[in-house]
Unconditional design. Structure first.
Length: 201
């Protein structure tokens, strides 16, 4: 049977543990809030950078949009951050998103022919610099045939300490078309032209 002093000591120990748990929880929540605020700031910075650059209007899919529509497209883009060496997209995965790099650069590789030992070699086929994009053909193909979305034919890897991208999925494109921001007929015309150039099969 516990003595009165032992019970008080145990109660104090539980309270101390509770205080420590509460402190750890508060610290974790503070870190999460700081991280969330940082990501929100990064997303806003990326969107403003793209808006100020006017680069979106150089992309076929958005070339005919007015300033208001372009702004609505930018607001619909999601933000992601990748550290050096992280894979943004991988060859062979479903290609249903379009990306614009807003900070840093990426390396684009594709598996080439089998090298020594029968292994496929990764071949560097290009770089994606700041305010350049990739995946336009993929998002258009996914928009036209959502049940049979194409596969990525290259891998894109973050080549800077931090790479920030803005992304539009095929579903996001459909929502913009449904909202009247982008004309679906225009998207289909762009696909036809890309097919004629051999960019989309």
């Amino acid at each position: 049977m516990q003595q009165e002093g032992e019970v008080e000591a145990e109660a104090a120990a539980v309270l101390r543990a509770g205080d420590n748990d509460a402190r750890r929880l508060r610290a974790r929540l503070a870190r999460q809030q700081t991280e969330h605020a940082g990501l929100t700031a990064a997303r806003l910075l990326a969107r403003n950078k793209l808006r100020d650059s006017k680069r979106l209007s150089n992309i076929d899919l958005f070339a005919e949009l007015d300033e208001d529509a372009l702004s609505r497209v930018i607001d619909a883009l999601t933000h992601a951050r990748y550290l050096r060496g992280s894979t943004v997209v991988a060859q062979g995965e479903v290609a249903d998103s379009f990306f614009i790099v807003t900070h840093g650069q990426c390396t684009v590789t594709a598996r080439g022919g089998a090298g020594g030992g029968g292994k496929f070699e990764e071949v560097v086929i290009g770089k994606v610099q700041e305010l350049e994009h990739f995946g336009e053909a993929a998002i258009l193909r996914a928009f036209l045939t959502p049940a049979a979305a194409p596969l990525r034919d290259a891998t894109v890897v973050a080549d800077s300490d931090e790479v920030h991208v803005l992304c539009l999925s095929a579903q996001g494109l459909v929502q913009l078309i449904d909202a009247g921001v982008i004309d679906g007929r225009t998207a289909k015309k762009i696909v036809s032209k890309a097919r004629a150039r051999g960019e989309i099969v």
